[in-house]
Ligand binder design. Structure first.
Ligand SMILES: [Zn+2]
Length: 194
């Protein structure tokens, strides 16, 4: 699929230029604000994070019209699914799913992070309920299938931010309606089988 290169300028908060240790999983996110466009997300990673001294980024962002942007190369770490807060439910920082999928990257949060082994995909949303446009969904399916194929990532290692950090409502739609995430994965599977 066509990817628009819009690489961030190297900086410590959003593009630290650290080599990814390995690619174990794909993690999907929503941008969190209804109507926000991919280029405005890029501006936040490029300028806002640095201004606010906040660590945040993702390798990809899919716009409302389905355009797929690459902000960070696949072999570099982005800051999208790390955490330092305990999940009140499990008492752990990372979920059981994350601990299984990421193993050493999720078991010692002081020294390691799932970010060292996960590619992050941000998805724009049409409203604050987190609904996706059909174009965003379609491109997310295609990009996910492409990355799964390229890096031999099985479908059960495609997850949401919520599946890694249990208290995160991200992407909101799939946190609230997990069956919709299963439908998404079925569409990815259909592309992988072709
Ligand atoms: Zn997220």
């Amino acid at each position: 699929m066509k990817i628009i290169e819009k690489l961030l300028t190297p900086n410590q908060y959003s593009r630290p230029c650290k080599k990814m240790a390995e690619k174990r999983a794909l993690i999907l996110h929503w941008v969190g604000v209804g109507g926000q466009r991919a280029l405005s997300v890029w501006e936040y990673f490029e300028y806002g994070c640095i201004r606010e001294k906040r660590y945040a980024s993702a390798q990809y962002c899919i716009d409302l019209d389905g355009a797929a942007y690459r902000f960070i190369p696949d072999d570099e770490v982005a800051y999208h699914c790390g955490s330092s807060q305990n999940d009140p439910l499990s008492g752990n920082i990372y979920t059981d799913w994350a601990r299984k999928v990421f193993d050493k990257y999720a078991l010692d949060p002081q020294r390691n992070s799932p970010n060292n082994a996960a590619i992050g995909i941000e998805m724009c949303v049409i409203d604050n309920e987190g609904n996706f446009s059909p174009e965003t969904l379609r491109s997310a399916v295609e990009l996910t299938a492409e990355l799964c194929g390229k890096y031999q990532i099985p479908l059960d290692r495609v997850g949401t931010h919520h599946m890694v950090v249990g208290w995160k409502d991200c992407p909101r739609l799939w946190t609230r309606f997990p069956h919709k995430f299963n439908e998404f994965k079925k569409e990815v599977q259909a592309l992988l089988k072709r």
